[in-house]
Design a binder for this molecule. Sequence first.
Ligand code: PNS
Length: 168
Amino acid sequence: MTTAIYPGSFDPVTVGHLDIIKRAAKLFDHVIVAVLVNMEKKPWFTIEERTAFLKQATAEIGGVEIASFDGLLVDFAARCGAQAIVKGLRAVSDFEYEFQMALTNRKLDDSLETVFLTSSAENMYLSSSIVKQVGLFGGDISPFVPACIKDDILTRCRNLPKRVIDSH
Ligand code: PNS
């Protein structure tokens, strides 16, 4: 059985992430979407919210599991028995950072391959930061996030703690 990890902060999940998950699920028997718990960049959404959004958004996709992890990705991948890491690439600007991470991960564990899936053309500009900015200022986020979680994300954006808005 082939297992791949699709790691990220998913703060929150976008239709771009969902597109990569669906395509990865066609390539691998088992795709574990792994949400990083402790991020350097402080997340807007809690780990419980980020995983719950992903569970709702992927409920209909076979072979997909949502998990969270802390520490090194390669250690989590080894615990899961994964053979590959899946990453989405939107533009040239993603490449340098992703290449650095892929080479680091290979140095740490050369049995784990990183597989890059190119973003679909319509999602090339999209990021979780865009969703947060538009949601924070009351804009329409429906083109950017899975329909089933749009209202929950908007409610959460409206009720964000003051510290988050101040630091924006
Ligand atoms: O969605 P993001 O924020 O681009 O995801 C980044 C992520 C979670 C893939 C990356 O930060 C990560 O793998 N963190 C775990 C720590 C780790 O293994 N670091 C070494 C690889 S550079």
